[in-house]
Design a protein around this ligand. Structure first.
Ligand code: MN
Length: 420
């Protein structure tokens, strides 16, 4: 778990970058209606969570900065015996204080009046308040249909002395650099993912349906410690693996199929994102092995190339070059440009509280960044789709593969499959 001192530090860093005479409001969000009286499971706004550690629907964080000093409030739903009879215990004010390190925790029934005191500048010392910061990420929906921009515009109408500013980028730039505690969280997410993959290696064989293996992964991480998935599991056999985000794992796994898995468990919201490709029969065919070795070589070369100063674009150019060279050597393509038919995504994205962690993809890497390394080749005419994905930490002088305990060598995979 992330310690409350770290949440306090994270907020301090944000206060250091925002204007004096400003107020920040961040919303936890609410679950989205599904149908009738059912909702989708609540997913907390990750920027709110990053700065508070709180995962309670409808909570709001407010801080105003005057003369370089920030005054903070956290508003959470009130505990209510009648409601709790139906939905279970809610977070107490004391617990919220302990998790977040915010002293001023207040229940939501006081939100409107407290916010009005601040925005109308009625508190002593905030007569100059003139800036309102919101997370204006365009798709940031508060309840499935109202955006923070809508909320901001309504507030500006009521308090016309405020000008609206976006704090989204400020927060995501901080999120891009992981602390040592965040690396521990990610390692544990990867560890759980490996538990699921090991179970898959014990069960995979021709004659199963894809969904039997994707559900085995979910069962494994739930059975381990009630973990959630980072994202819906991709389990794609044979030609299905040439669809990048193959959505509907209903196919029968045939004798000589490779099966591509792209999956991850999450740990306190930190997401693992791993891909592995296994031969259902237990042995790669010669052709499959040739293609697999090209992707694996690329995966390893990218790990070596990751270091501070490199950009994701440079990594992708390198990946494209290696994959093209490999396919030319085995005669599948005859010039480099044809690689676009067989490799058409990007080799890396940032990873963290989101699987595709928000980031500025043009910034050169710095120590503390965590990115994926996921080359792939998708050859429809051979019915082969292969992706090998690891999660890589950028260090002071290079990189460290956080998922180095998850096997990926041909020999290791075939050996593991022998003992099914
Ligand atoms: Mn990925």
């Amino acid at each position: 778990m992330i310690n409350k001192n770290e949440y306090i530090e994270r907020r301090e860093k944000i206060y250091n970058t925002i204007d004096n005479n400003s107020v920040v409001i961040l919303y936890a969000g609410a679950s989205v209606k599904k149908s009738a009286d059912e909702s989708y499971p609540f997913e907390v706004n990750r920027n709110f969570y990053y700065l508070t550690g709180i995962c309670e629907e409808n909570s709001v964080f407010v801080a105003y900065k005057q003369h370089g000093v920030a005054t903070e409030f956290l508003f959470i739903p009130e505990q209510n015996e009648n409601i709790e009879k139906w939905v279970g215990k809610r977070l107490s004010v004391d617990d919220a204080r302990e998790i977040s390190g915010i002293d001023n925790v207040v229940t939501l029934n006081q939100f409107d009046s407290e916010l009005d005191l601040i925005l109308s500048r009625k508190r002593t010392g905030i007569e100059e308040l003139d800036t309102l910061y919101l997370d204006l990420e365009p798709e940031n929906l508060l309840d499935g249909f109202k955006t923070t921009k809508d909320v901001g515009q309504a507030l500006i109408l009521n308090y016309p002395w405020l000008k609206l500013k976006d704090i989204y980028k400020t927060i995501i730039l901080k999120r891009m650099v992981k602390s040592s505690a965040e690396i521990v969280e990610l390692k544990e997410a990867i560890n759980k993912t490996n538990i699921g993959l090991k179970n898959i290696l014990k069960k995979i064989r021709p004659g199963l349906y894809e969904y039997q293996l994707s559900s085995l992964f979910y069962y494994s991480i739930q059975d381990y410690d009630f973990s959630e998935l980072s994202f819906p599991t991709i389990c794609a056999s044979g030609i299905n693996a040439t669809t990048l985000h193959y959505p509907n794992p209903k196919s029968f796994i045939n004798d000589n199929d490779l099966v591509l898995f792209d999956l991850g468990a999450r740990n306190n919201f930190y997401c693992a994102d791993i891909s592995r490709t296994y031969p259902a029969s237990g042995k790669f065919t010669e052709k499959q092995k040739q293609v697999y070795e090209i992707v694996l070589k690329c995966n390893k070369e990218i790990i070596k190339a990751v270091r501070p100063g490199v950009t994701l674009k440079e990594l992708n150019n390198l990946a494209t070059e290696i994959l093209a060279k490999g396919l030319m050597e085995i005669g599948i393509i005859h010039n480099e440009t044809e690689i676009r038919n067989y490799y058409f995504h990007s080799v890396s994205h940032h990873l963290g509280l989101d699987t595709h962690d928000p980031s500025d993809r043009d910034l050169p890497l710095v120590p503390g960044n965590v990115i994926t390394d996921e080359p792939g080749l998708y050859i429809k005419e051979l019915g082969i789709g292969i992706r090998i994905e690891d999660d890589i930490l950028v260090t002071e002088d290079g990189s460290y593969n956080l998922s180095n305990s998850i096997i990926k060598e041909v020999d290791d995979i075939e050996k593991a499959l022998k003992f099914r």
